[in-house]
Structures are given as C-alpha cells and as structure tokens.
Design a protein around this ligand. Structure first.
Ligand code: ADP
Ligand code: MG
Length: 323
C-alpha cells in the first residue's frame, strides 16, 4: 500500500516521508499528534481557537508561537529538561517538536495520583523553575513576551481569579488586590501552566512541556501553580501524606530562598497571597479539578482556602503541617 500521509499539508519532515500520524492524548487547548517518518518520530502541536470545554471559550492560537519561543530559549538554559523544537510554521501555526520516547518517562500528575512522591525529583524541578526564571529575566525577553500577556489574562486571570468574584463577592477586594500584584510584578518570563500534568519524570530527570501561555509576568504564579496541585493531591490521594508535606515545604523553600531578582520576602508574600485563590479556583473557577467530585471534598478545599485568607501572614510550613 502506498498511501500518502499528510498532516496540516505536510507530507515530509526534514525530507523524511511521513508514514504514520496518530493523535496524542492532550489537554483541552491543542491538537497534538505523534508523527512517524521513515527514520524518526515527531510531535506536532497546534493551538485551537476554541477550547474543548463545556462553555464556549476562545483564545488566540498565537499561543503556539510563544510556546515555540519558550522552548527555544529554555532549551539553551536547561537542555536536558526541554524537548528540542524543530520548527514553527507561522502560516499554519503549528510546532514540530522532537518526540520523546514515552516509555522512558512517567507523567508527574499520574505518579502523584498514585501517591508516588520523589522528593529529590520535585526539588530539582523547583530549582529548574527558579533557574529558568532567573535566566529569562531581561528587557529583551520582556519586549518579546509581554505582547502575549493578553492570553495570560484570558486564560488565567479571568477564568481562575476574576471568576471567583461570582461565588465570593465578599472577596472582591482580596481578589482585585491579588490580580494587581500579578499585574504589577512582571519580573520575568513565566510558563503559566507549570502543573504536574505538564511535567514528565524519570529517575533524576524532569522534562517540562506545554508552555503555550508563556508571558512576561509574576514568577510567583508558576511556583504557586505547582504547590497548589501538590496540596490538592496531598489532601485527596490518601497515601504518603508525610512525603507530600515534606516535598511541599522543600519546594517552597528551595524556590523562594534562591530568588535574586527581588527581595525574597516580597515574592514569598505574593505567593502566600495568591495560593488560597488558586486553591479556590480549582473548585469554583472555570477550570475545576476533575477528580474532586463530591461536595464534602470541595467544601474541605473551600474551607482551607478561606481560612488562609482570614489569617494574615500565615506561616507556610505550619499550614502544610496542619493539612
Ligand atoms: N515532545 C513530545 N514527545 C512525546 N509526547 C509528547 C510531547 N509533547 C507532548 N507530549 C504528550 O502529549 C501530552 C499533551 O501535550 P501538551 O504539550 O501538554 O499539550 P496540551 O496543551 O494539549 O496539554 C503530554 O502530556 C505528553 O503525554
Ligand atoms: Mg498539557
């Protein structure tokens, strides 16, 4: 059989004939495929205009271009933790990335849901995040990534944070103040979807994927995203609570204690202010966590978040110890 295979009008990659195309299980915002050629495998990714969610939700697909830029830049900073990007097609807005041999990796979200907590791996991940933030801070990168801040507002600030005003009108002041903190602390390029589902791990290795919301913003958003997901898993996985708690304290400290672009205390305060709203966003925002279904569990998260908002200047380690 001599079937001509193509994807997005492409029948060859680097002069290698495409012999197989198969969709990958992605999130809600992209088309993503594994493409085999006669000699290699690639991953082709294209951001969707309309996200695959229940309510109509649109976002500019130029995200693929910013993912391309982020991959290019971070590959130079932490080469072993970033898949190699082959090219970006500006006309058709898709990315070609090296295909990672998935039999070598597990997805961090899946590991954590099984209660597998690798302290060393998570700590290295926090260090890498810090390293990326440190190295991408520049006026040049600001010029490149700031034009993409509108998608951060559309995909993060509005659906996660401002959405909460509907359920919690009494928090309006707190929510607005937090959003202003994010807006007014544009220190470096942030990933903006730095959550376990977008991290692949193997022994001693961490691979970071899915930077389509990359923008010039507040780095506290990234570390809080990771911490938030770990907190929710600590509460609902019912396994290895102590390891989760240890990892949370370690990550929080590793990241914040090495910040150099601003006063450490300033970013710590912002992270602590943002965290309860990010917890609430996973229950009452536009993108709730899919594995928490019953109201008792949802209320537990709500209570934890609202308590944190009430206690001004809580101690992070004490908070985690009491979870
Ligand atoms: N370069 C790659 N090589 C192999 N698999 C990949 C690669 N990039 C993504 N994937 C797989 O596709 C999934 C979705 O990719 P991701 O970039 O997170 O897209 P989405 O925006 O759809 O979440 C990943 O969790 C991973 O399993
Ligand atoms: Mg993803």
């Amino acid at each position: 059989m001599n079937k001509k295979l193509s994807i997005f009008g492409l029948s060859e990659i680097k002069n290698e004939k495409i012999i197989n195309v198969e969709p990958l299980k992605g999130g809600v915002s992209c088309e993503i495929y594994k493409v085999d050629t006669t000699t290699n495998s690639y991953c082709i990714k294209k951001a969707l205009k309309k996200l695959r969610v229940e309510k109509d939700w649109y976002a500019d697909p130029i995200r693929s271009y910013y993912e391309y830029l982020w991959l290019k830049k971070t590959k130079k900073i932490i080469p072993n933790s970033i898949p190699k990007v082959i090219s970006y097609n500006r006309m058709k807005n898709y990315l070609i990335i090296e295909y990672l041999n998935m039999s070598k990796y597990s997805n961090l979200k899946e590991d954590l849901l099984k209660g597998k907590v690798d302290l060393n791996n998570l700590n290295k991940l926090a260090k890498k995040l810090l390293y990326i933030h440190k190295n991408l801070k520049s006026n040049y990168n600001k010029k490149i990534f700031q034009p993409h801040n509108f998608n951060f507002i559309k995909l993060r600030i509005n659906p996660y944070l401002l959405e909460l005003n509907k359920t919690y009108p009494e928090l309006k002041k707190y929510i607005n103040a937090t959003v202003n903190l994010l807006r007014n602390n544009q220190h470096t390029v942030i990933h903006a979807d730095f959550t376990p589902k977008n991290i692949l791990v193997s022994k001693n290795k961490q691979i970071i994927l899915d930077a389509e919301t990359a923008n010039y913003g507040d780095p506290s958003f990234d570390i809080v995203s990771l911490i938030n997901h770990l907190i929710i898993k600590l509460l609902f996985v019912n396994k290895n609570k102590k390891s989760f708690a240890l990892a949370l304290k370690k990550i929080f400290n590793t990241y914040h204690s090495s910040v150099t672009w601003e006063e450490k205390q300033d970013i710590i305060e912002r992270s602590k202010t943002l965290l309860p709203l990010m917890i609430l966003a996973r229950v009452d925002g536009k993108s709730p966590v899919e594995y928490i279904k019953n109201n008792k569990e949802k209320n537990k998260l709500r209570r934890i978040a609202l308590d944190l908002i009430k206690i001004q200047n809580y101690d992070f380690d004490t908070f985690v110890n009491n979870l």
